[in-house]
Design a protein around this ligand. Structure first.
Ligand SMILES: [Zn+2]
Length: 258
């Protein structure tokens, strides 16, 4: 095996984990926003119910003032009864009082309706408040978990960055450049293992001669289809991380040729 290959395999394992960590950390703001959504809608529902209660209470107060005005109007009319002289006037006066009483009854009915609606809304508000508290607790829980996860990932990333520098320093500059270029072209996978005569990067069958070379030769071999640097699976040196294999699926690359 080429002496630089174990270093490259190690480097790729580190780089893949770094990429995975960065991906996970990028997802955190969206996960946080998703966790906040139920709290937001519960708070909005509570706010709306509160605004309705406020508006209806205001309307109820207006109605109560109307009722007071109507009652004193009726009282005044009744007080004038003694001043009435003719029967015709008296009939008209009674009719006026009757109309005023009718109007008073309507206002009273409206107040009762408003009171019922307000009570109903207040019950809804209590339920909405409970939902807000629940959503708040759930959000805080999720936020704490995400914060912890982010802190752990950030810590791991710092260690990996250090390891990455060490691993990269152990690879000759020209080979490192080749690796970096392939890494960009091949979605972080510059290296591919050979298993069952197949390149595990592009899943294409390799010529038996090339497979034999990968297994035996000290020269670096590349896949003729995806151009990844090949290494023999199962002959990895003990110190190379076991995670050198690809965690991603490559089926989408099958059949590609360059
Ligand atoms: Zn390939």
């Amino acid at each position: 095996m080429n002496p630089h290959l174990p270093r490259l395999i190690e480097l790729q394992a580190i780089d893949l984990r770094i990429a995975e960590i960065k991906h996970q950390r990028r997802l955190i703001p969206d996960r946080l926003a998703a966790a906040r959504a139920p709290l937001h809608s519960a708070t909005e529902a509570l706010k709306q119910a509160g605004a309705s209660v406020e508006a209806l209470t205001k309307e109820r107060r207006t109605c109560e003032r109307d009722l007071d005005a109507q009652e004193s109007h009726i009282e005044k009319m009744k007080a004038r009864t003694g001043e009435i002289k003719t029967n015709k006037e008296y009939q008209a006066h009674l009719f006026e009082i009757e109309m005023a009483n009718k109007k008073k009854g309507e206002v009273e009915e409206k107040i009762l309706g408003l009171m019922e609606t307000i009570e109903q809304l207040q019950r809804e508000m209590a339920a909405a408040q409970a939902r807000v508290r629940e959503a708040e607790a759930a959000f805080e829980r999720e936020q704490r978990l995400l914060d912890e996860s982010d802190a752990a990932l950030s810590k791991e990333l710092a260690v990996l960055d250090e390891q990455q520098r060490g691993a990269a320093a152990a690879v000759p500059r020209d080979l490192l450049e080749r690796y970096e270029k392939l890494k960009v072209q091949r979605k972080d996978h510059a290296l591919a293992s050979v298993r069952d005569g197949t390149c595990q990067g592009c899943r294409l069958q390799l010529p038996p001669q090339l497979v034999a070379e990968v297994k035996r030769s000290d020269e670096l071999q590349v896949c003729g289809y995806c151009h990844r640097i090949l290494y023999w699976e199962g002959e990895l040196p003990a110190e190379a991380p076991a995670a050198a294999g690809s965690p991603h699926d490559y089926d989408d690359e099958a059949g590609e040729s360059l």
